[in-house]
Ligand binder design. Sequence first.
Ligand code: ADP
Length: 326
Amino acid sequence: MANIKCIGILTSGGDAPGMNAAIRAVTRAAIYNGLGVKGIYRGYKGLVTGEISEFRSQNVSNIIQLGGTILKTARCKEFMTPEGRQIAYDNMKKEGIDALVIIGGDGSLTGARIFAEEFDVPCIGLPGTIDNDLYGTDTTIGYDTALNTILEAVDKIRDTATSHERLFFVEVMGRDAGFLALNGAIASGAEAAIIPELDTEVDQLEEFIKNGFRKSKNSSIVIVAESGLTGGAMHYADRVKNEYPEYDVRVTILGHVQRGGSPTAHDRILASRLGAAAIDAIMEGQRNVMIGIENDEVVYVPFTKAIKNNKPIKLELVNVLRELSI
Ligand code: ADP
């Protein structure tokens, strides 16, 4: 361990339920191991503006159950410039911070990788995103909670869809990844999922209609990933209105409800394990890795791998959905 006495912790990019559990875990594990902790507010922005304060164990009391992030989050353009990162580095040194733990998604870890390379600062990343789109970890902090929020909503939509014998397109988040859409569809018993990963291969709407939409059912729910690649739920609803005007179509865009709420037990445990492991990694002298979970074991994934590689969708899941929606 390269003489690390104090760590800084920040949450950056899109918020995700379980970020607070991760902040708590990192803070408590650091203190347990004799390290000082500083909380950096509003992601990289706080590093640039110097919004930093000392964290003690009590600062993270009673937060494990809260959605959002007590450290706030933001997007920071200055950090994307060398000048901005220089100011961030100077502030870090001024505050006596020797290493950073960054909780965030793809973009946040990209920023961490660049910062770590430029200034030789040990940075440890935790995958905090509802999208589950980071390579090298089976799941990300917030994903399970978002999935459960989707289920709750789709179960309710199913009631009205059945009563009116309608076709519903339900749009869920996920950026350019279809994990929420695909697993949300399987878990809610939806008829199909339209996901960006399959968009280049087949016309997913054609396939869904061809496979017998409504032959024996009195309602149908299709979960659509929000991605620009698929065009989202509105695009498919418009297509059905034009190409199959006999169907009664409705659209629900779930939106930001998916980002909030108290984290599930799964996300709290995941965040606690990853947060504690981040401090273990620092104590071991690891740097510039994301902490992930693979086959229920903690793994260290180099930033370059976590960010650059596309996490593949399991085709088995696509087949399960297809088979079970007949
Ligand atoms: P997420 O972490 O959820 O993917 P963003 O993509 O918005 O969210 O990234 C969060 C922040 O990370 C950005 O506002 C910026 O401060 C930082 N960041 C993202 N990409 C870069 C980059 N290429 N260089 C430096 N900083 C970056």
